[in-house]
Design a protein around this ligand. Structure first.
Ligand code: NDP
Length: 246
């Protein structure tokens, strides 16, 4: 059922987004990939094409509503429609509140919250008009439970949880045939720790990930599972992480 689905992925230039793009391409989806690092996206598109898959990419800063609208327009222009969007772009510059890294707080709110809202606002008119669609978003286990150094990051991921759950309820009440899936990853080995500027927070996270981290392909598997479900069925939440991470 993934075959021929048109799927937009944000944050597709590395980690979970890249792994998901590659897996969905193998399964025959038509992909539209967005992120800021256009060179990395082009490399991924070329790799997918070399294996016989179909993908296009476009520069996307999720904080800009116009760029979100443009990537939805690209999907329509190249593939004629949009079946699903995976709102996955995110940043995690962890630190204690007392470090007062206010620029990083704002960056997380802009990307992890506004980025998701901008993506939904861009794609919803299509989904409402065609009376079907699938919206998937990457929250975090930090959206389910409080962790030190994650007051703001976790807050943004709690927001994603709340927003997606209300969207699921309203979509059912309004009979829109729009499905949602929220994914709560634990430690996944990606580039996510690269933005942590607080030394102690970085060391703590590096230790945790070195001990427990699993491959981003495991999240890709879950996205593929959600997209493969029949149109009358939804699994709206997935908590996924290393089997041995407490
Ligand atoms: P990566 O750092 O490897 O990937 C993050 C992606 O987000 C990159 O493709 C990056 O692309 C993109 N991104 C960042 N800012 C923007 C922006 N302004 N506009 C568009 N794209 C942006 O880490 P992950 O793969 O781990 O992260 C993916 C998601 O998973 C995030 O939402 C993260 O919070 C979440 N997550 C990850 C966990 C983990 O352990 N790895 C655990 C729980 C949740 P570029 O820089 O090219 O724009």
């Amino acid at each position: 059922m993934i075959k021929d689905k048109v799927v937009i992925i944000t944050g597709a230039s590395s980690g979970i987004g890249e792994a998901t793009a590659k897996l969905l391409a193998e399964k025959g989806a038509k992909l539209v990939l967005g992120a800021r690092r256009t060179d990395k996206l082009e490399q991924i598109v070329a790799e997918i094409a070399a294996k016989g898959g179909e993908a296009v990419s476009q520069t996307l800063d999720v904080t800009d509503p116009a760029q979100n609208a443009a990537i939805v327009a690209l999907a329509k222009e190249r593939f004629g429609r949009v079946d699903a969007i995976f709102l996955n772009a995110g940043l995690m510059p962890s630190s204690p509140v007392s470090a007062l890294k206010t620029d990083e707080w704002k960056q997380m709110v802009d990307v992890n919250i506004s980025g998701v809202l901008n993506g939904v606002a861009a794609v919803m008119p299509e989904f409402l008009a065609q009376k079907s669609g699938h919206i998937l978003a990457t929250s975090s286990v930090a959206g389910l439970k409080a962790y030190p150094n994650a007051a703001v990051y976790g807050g943004t991921k709690w927001f994603v949880r709340e927003f997606m759950e209300v969207l699921r309820m309203e979509s059912a009440m309004e009979q829109t045939n729009i499905r949602t899936a929220t994914i709560y990853p634990a430690a996944i080995n990606t580039e996510l720790l690269n933005t942590i500027s607080d030394k102690a927070a970085a060391e703590a996270m590096q230790g945790l990930y070195a001990t427990y981290g699993i491959a981003p392909e495991r999240i890709a598997d879950v996205v593929a599972y959600a997209l493969d479900l029949p149109a009358d069925t939804t699994v709206s939440e997935f908590t996924v992480g290393p089997a041995n991470q407490p």
